[in-house]
Design a protein. Sequence first.
Length: 105
Amino acid sequence: MNTSEAVFDFVCPSCGENVLSRRELAGAKMMCPACREIIIVPEPESFVSKAAEEVTKAVIRTSDEIAEGVSKGAGESGCRGCILGGLVILGVLWVLSWLLGLLGF
């Protein structure tokens, strides 16, 4: 295993700073280098789960914007927002499928 696979980062629950840790320390206690609080190292998330989470947030945000545009009425700006939102969703889904293909899924 190379060094980049053995190390991951997470957010300190006490101060919100990014903390680096080795994967084998998951579940162990460590001191946050920023705030000096004792914290438990979480299980590392996989790259795919982080990407999926970000895509899900983007799709939800976009669908909320689309719903907002539709609720304003069928005026010109509302329709343009729907079309643009649909294109954004398609783009996000394409990027996710490309990433998953790259990772061999």
